[in-house]
Write a protein that binds this ligand. Structure first.
Ligand code: FDA
Length: 309
């Protein structure tokens, strides 16, 4: 837990960022978890995954942009990505995931309107090529504004989905509200460092909350996207889907590119809809540190390489 929090805190440190970017071990982690720097790399990866029977959701890396021009660049990046996916005939196999802070959400009082306008364009472009958009969920400060964006945008874009984090105590109420609508809900444990007063801190409590949220989603009207690598929770999700009479099209499983690839293939071969979260781009630092924080094995590997600097 201490190491995890240190890594999450480091995701905001410029000095450490420079060290990580120079590290050969970090570069090898980047190759494992990130499809490449360009949209074409992501499209190629989606094609390879589709050839193996896997669906994808593509994330253009970048978060907490510091200026409206960077938010506009992110929006254009997504529009270009959607065009390329369409040209490659892959929009049936891939959707896109967007971090609201990448399209300006955290840019002061105007941030909400900026993010909403940008997301409106991305959602319209996605609908045009026959695919969907899911909002990632970032740190605690972003939760209420992100759910507000979802509510506002769903009027025009009913297929817009959202991620929710079981480590936050409020999420069970959020999930109850979402389950009553036909929202696409991606249930995750949570990858940031929330205030312990408002979050479950013990792993077993986060997992128990995940199961309660799963049950609410499976029993309700929402489309559950079960995003975890945890075999126990995947087993529970499949059992709950069967109990609530959902067929294989009534929910999906999701994992991160580079995490448990054999299991992804095994579940797809067993007939599950299995979607892989595929990030691409140059701004990989924050994303990589969150992946390191999740897996002690990866943390040891990275810490050893940084200790030598
Ligand atoms: P956890 O990390 O607790 O691992 C549980 C068990 O799973 C382990 O003990 C091990 O058995 C197995 N396992 C996990 N990873 C493994 C690996 N790489 N190899 C082998 N076994 C492994 N977070 C967030 O805050 N906002 C978001 O929007 C998203 N979006 C998102 C999308 C998708 C598709 C996924 C899969 C995840 C996210 N996340 C996220 C990240 C999420 O919150 C969480 O940090 C990670 O998924 C790690 O938690 P797990 O549920 O995988 O279990």
């Amino acid at each position: 837990m201490v190491l995890r929090n240190a890594l999450l805190a480091a995701s905001g440190s410029g000095r450490l960022r420079a060290a990580v970017e120079r590290s050969a071990a970090a570069r090898s982690m980047v190759r494992r978890f990130i499809a490449g720097e360009e949209a074409d790399d992501a499209v190629r990866t989606v094609g390879e995954l589709a050839g193996q029977g896997l669906l994808a959701t593509v994330d253009r890396l970048g978060e907490d942009v510091g200026h409206p021009a960077a938010a506009e660049e992110a929006v254009r990046g997504y529009l270009g990505l959607l065009e390329r996916l369409d040209d490659a005939g892959l929009t049936g196999a891939a959707e896109v995931s967007v971090k609201p802070s990448a399209v300006g959400l955290a840019l002061g009082p105007e941030g909400g309107a900026l993010a909403r306008a940008g997301l409106d364009r991305i959602c319209a472009a996605a609908a045009e090529v026959g695919t969907t958009v899911t909002l990632d969920m970032e740190d605690e400060a972003a939760v209420e504004p992100t759910l507000g964006l979802l509510r506002a945008l769903r009027e025009r874009h009913p297929s817009l989905g959202v991620a929710v984090q079981s480590y936050l105590r409020r999420t069970e109420d959020d999930v109850r509200a979402l389950a009553a609508q036909r929202v696409r809900v991606r249930l995750v444990k949570g990858a940031y460092a929330p205030d312990p007063e408002r979050a479950h801190t013990a792993r077993r409590d986060v997992d128990a909350a995940y199961v309660r949220c799963l049950r609410t989603l499976m029993a309700g009207e929402a489309y559950p996207m079960v995003a975890t690598h945890d075999p126990r929770l995947i087993g529970i999700a499949r059992a709950l889907a069967a109990r609530y009479g959902r067929d294989r099209k009534g929910y999906e499983l999701q994992m991160i590119y580079g995490a448990r690839p054999d299991e992804q293939l095994r579940l797809a071969a067993a007939g599950e809809r299995m979607r892989v979260y595929v990030p691409y781009g140059r701004d990989w630092y924050g994303y990589l540190l969150r992946r390191l924080a999740e897996r002690p094995a990866n943390v040891g590997f990275a810490a050893r390489s940084l200790a030598t600097r």
